[in-house]
Design a protein around this ligand. Sequence first.
Ligand code: 1GP
Length: 228
Amino acid sequence: MINYRGWRHTFKLDPDKEIGDDALEAICESGTDAIIVGGTYGVTFDNTLALMSRIRRYAVDAVLEISSLEAVVPGFDAYFIPLVLNAGDPDWTFAPHVSGLLAYGSYIHWDEIITEGYLVANPEAGVARLTKARPIADAATAKAYAQVATRICHLPIVYLEYSGTYGDPEVARACKAGAGEAHVFYGGGIRTPEQAAEMAAIADTIVVGNLVYEDVEAALATVAAVKG
Ligand code: 1GP
């Protein structure tokens, strides 16, 4: 069982994006706490398996965040299952989870399954469009969603997702306040060590994604900003 509660910094790698061997080695050996594999579009069994095999050369924890039932690949340390708290399309609430159980139920190792209460806060993000995410009007609304995740649904993780844009620290603070004992991930738009440090001071774990593909040196600099 992975100890995600000890993580402060993670990288999220997208199987649909290209990364060279040297960059992948630098990312995996950077001192980050884990690699999360996930993406919204173009994630297939083959590209997920290929990326996992390459990450597996390194000792770092590797988790698959499942976004497509066709791309469930065995061999990760754990599987994050997003539950989009503010999905406006009810088909994204439980229907994919039921389909997953029907397809894979007998193969599931439940101690490897960890549910994330996902709060999609950037309306321009692919995941927001896909799930028709309801807008997060203000910090109080974010706090209420976090309370739904942790107090009502007893989920272990609240993931504040600003994918593609840097978020509002006030919203992140409200999320953390509402999350209680749940572990809070923040991801979205982190491009500088200062942004990494700012969100890491609020959330329990930060996630750096796109920057890996835009400027690997800048991505590496976020690790030291959080972990010293
Ligand atoms: C995406 O939260 C992650 O799911 C990270 O976001 O790609 O914007 O860094 P970025």
